[in-house]
Design a protein around this ligand. Structure first.
Ligand code: SF4
Length: 212
């Protein structure tokens, strides 16, 4: 696989920020499972030579802000080939920079395991810096979740995810737990909705996109 330094990239209506390739999970559907595939040779990907420093991320965003397309972005999103909260210090510093310099909302796409990764409660640290967290729930069933996500934290992962979601709503305006349509049963999907209602967060059912 060819590695580079793609720190930021446009996606949907947002400017996405790729901080790390580290992740404590090995989701069955994740592109990281295909790192050895030849399709990643000699193409621009989100595989990083090394993790960018805070200053490198800020410099990349400042450069991008000089372009015409910057005006089209509707949000900043921490999301790449890895779990953004693995690089928590950089994430928080960059988020502070974004809040101080731009008006666009800031979102984190996360597996929700940041408390276990960082060995401390992360939700309070997000206050005033992050407008939305989108957490991959995958299933309401802890066993199905563990089989799909294959976290190094094993059975501790699912309750930690739910606990983070519940905490996050006290510090972050919008907390979303997401599942992917057609990848779980209708019953499981409905149970996910009930679970989100109990937690007081939003359930978002994302459209299934097949990996080629
Ligand atoms: S949590 Fe995200 S980055 Fe990590 S293995 Fe799963 S899909 Fe990939």
């Amino acid at each position: 696989m060819t590695k580079g330094m793609t720190i930021i990239y446009p996606e949907y209506n947002g400017l996405y920020i790729n901080l790390t390739n580290r992740c404590p999970c090995a989701c069955t559907f994740c592109i990281r499972q295909r790192a050895a595939d030849a399709e990643f040779d000699n193409v621009d990907t989100l595989w990083l030579e090394r993790e960018p420093s805070t200053q490198e991320v800020i410099d990349a965003i400042k450069e991008e802000s000089k372009t015409e397309r910057f005006k089209s972005y509707k949000e900043f999103v921490f999301c790449g080939y890895g779990e953004p909260t693995e690089a928590l210090d950089v994430l928080l510093e960059v988020a502070s920079f974004l809040k101080a310099n731009y008006t666009l909302p800031v979102r984190i796409n996360t597996n929700g395991l940041c408390d276990l990764i960082n060995k401390k409660p992360v939700a309070p640290l997000l206050a005033g810096k992050i407008d939305a967290v989108s957490i991959s729930l995958n299933s309401s069933n802890p066993e199905i979740y563990e089989k799909t996500v294959r976290p190094v934290f094993k059975e501790k992962a699912f309750p930690a995810l739910l606990s983070f979601a519940e905490q996050a709503k006290n510090y972050v305006p919008k907390v979303i737990l997401s599942t992917v349509a057609t990848t779980i049963t209708k019953e499981d999907e409905e149970e996910c909705t009930r679970l989100c209602e109990r937690l007081g967060v939003t359930h978002r059912i994302r459209k299934f996109v097949a990996l080629s």
